[in-house]
Design a protein around this ligand. Sequence first.
Ligand code: CGF
Length: 835
Amino acid sequence: KEKLEDSTPKQLSQSEDARTGLSVEALKKAIFNNLFYVQGKYPEIATRNDYYMSLAYAVRDRLLQRWVASVKQYLDGRHRIVSYLSAEYLLGPHLANNLINLGIYKEVEQATQELGINLQWLLDKEVEPGLGNGGLGRLAACYMDSLATLEVPAIGYGIRYQFGIFEQEIRNGWQVEDTDNWLRRGNPWEIARRELNYEVKLGGYVQHYIDRDGKFRSNWIPELTVKGVAYDTPILGYKVNTTNTLRLWKSEAPKSFDFQSFNSGNYNNAVNQKIVCENISKVLYPNDETVSGKILRLQQQYFFVSCSLQDMIGIHLRQGDKIEDFNVNFAIQLNDTHPAIAIAEMMRLLVDEYDLEWVDAWRVTTRTFAYTNHTLLPEALETWDLELFGSVLPRHLELIYEINRRFLDEVTIKVFGNNNKINSLSIIGEGPRKFIKMANLACAGSFAINGVAALHTDLLKSTVLKDWYALCPEKFSNKTNGVTPRRWLVLSNPKLTSLISSKIGESWIKHLEELKQLEAFADDPEFQLAWMGVKYEMKKILCNRILNKTGIKINPDSLFDVHVKRIHEYKRQHLNILHVIALYNRIKKNPDIEIVPRTFIYAGKAAPGYKMAKLIIKLINSVGEIVNNDPDVRDRLKVVFYPNYNVSNAQVIYPAADLSIQISTAGKEASGTGNMKLSMNGALTIGTLDGANVEIREVVGEENFFLFGLTAEEVAKKKKEGYNPYGYYLENEELKMAIDQIASGYFSHLDDTIFKDLVDNLLYHDPFMVLADFTSYVTCQEKAALAFQDKKSWAKMSILNTARMGKFSSDRSIREYCDDIWKVKSVSVHLDVKD
Ligand code: CGF
């Protein structure tokens, strides 16, 4: 209290305003004011959350000033706008990121300190919006950061899920899911724009008639109408004024209460519609690589897409432009096929509501959309049962039939009636039940199609989208993913950031290629020492977190082997654990064996309905229980499963990693982005030639990357020839022993049933060729362990990894999208814009 009284903000200088000023005094005053006027509290009774809110609102005020200026300048200047449609945004906490982008982290640190509050204590209070599953949602968040930083006019559209990705707990080694009630304490970063709302129809049927002018018309009579309300979050770029909008839609009932039903005594009916409508944006589907084919999911996709298109058309028409010129003002990027229904919706709006002729509507549509594919896994390619689709979107089904009919007419000529090709290109799939292929709809309706890493794009061209590539090669390009260095270095690794900046200045934060200048210090013993000193400090921080979260004590001097990502068979967390078991058995055989002490750190969520992935989590924890507590091991090996992997936890884990585990079966991981974040933080990669690993290895140099395993070509060949995992099991003694132990219950209190499905799957199917890559993995890990013992050379390799990561900034990716696909230009935003 005394401290607070001492530090009561002084008079501000004339040019400073408590709502916009960036000085320590102005910030103190703002926090103070908000505590009083927004939270309605005084210091003695204020809670930690009150202080967090007061600071968050102080920061938001500063964003609002820039946000209003950006919107005004975009509209006044009639600039082309990028619209990013994504069902997921995995944003992570806003506060620290906004402090960095505003350039006031230090000032706020001082302001809070002078108020007697610890900034970190407030930062840790923020509940992150987990509105995404993994890589795809996080990529959307990185791209929003880069769009703003590069001063590109852009809007991100998505869904304001009331419950985001579930929270993961580990109980008795198993994953247990809990709901993520992220809005429970309010969200200071969003502004509800209740006046911005659109109606969205669902279900029902379509009437056809000929109007007075003899024109054929369709009238969709819905079963239900839902209202979408806009919630806007400002996205500020790094040290620029540009503040773009992330507009997320919440579903509501057009009227919240049916009085007629209520009066006639039917209370349930009266509230029912409200519940049905609100359900649409209630919860994020927690599947990242499988499609569930559920009605609600289709409703979600259509709901946000329809609101977003109506919103864009509104913006366009308000500018006084003709609907036919929509594509001049907007470029729309489809983040995977989740929003691909936008193509049919655009046609519906243009033809049914704005009266355009079909050919004109199709011209506008196909000049507006571009599509990013994120996966080669067949189970992740979205299809909808035609009947189910028609029950939700009867008018769109008709439109898709028409799009397909016209499209196939053209195609038939081009492919000389080759039926296989026609079937593969058709938007409607034939079979016992017909289905709609969303990737084909996206390809037909877009002017550009891209993959997310060089290998992925090549594989798209030669496999999944082969016939599309033959048909329209000019649409295809590669846009290798990237990650924002603001969050993934500056924010999560401030010590490394200072060390880097002490040598090469700060402009690398916006121009990541400049990290290359660090190469000059890679051999400098003093710099190496400082570099590894930072790593050690970050490892100690992680040790504490792990101790708090799991009770496991780990050694910061050990090699941190870090495998963090969604749990999936193709990502092969089980290959990693087989390696752990092999090392454990070596120690058991010879307790005095010389072995590099290692900590295996895993983190990641499994889709709740994905049994095998959940079993893998249980296996990791079971092996951990034995290994961590066996006295023979003498703490030389530790296995940790860090629960509830999310953006905040990732920010603590990446800086502490020594070895980045990127061991997916070649040809399965489209790109990966964790691989980039880890390497940027100075971890060395052990990986297969998969996704963006290929390009990471190219830039960091093969001598600074531990490569193992089959190539994508070899995987395909082996599969074709008939892969026999059992042969590999018999061949390698260490592998056989590890699998036998799992099967016999060695790690599960002699219960030999728990892991039966997992073991059988590996021995008799092994779809992701874990056994085929085991020997190569173990040998490669031996090389990595040896390399880790040579501290100087490891430090050099680590520095070179960071130094050569310039390519993997999301700024580079966004620049490529802007130049090659969207054809948009930067607009610099000035704060002196007057009304
Ligand atoms: O998208 C992913 C990820 N699971 O979200 N795909 N999808 N869908 C890929 O599997 C990753 O390889 C990729 O990095 C990411 C973003 O493109």
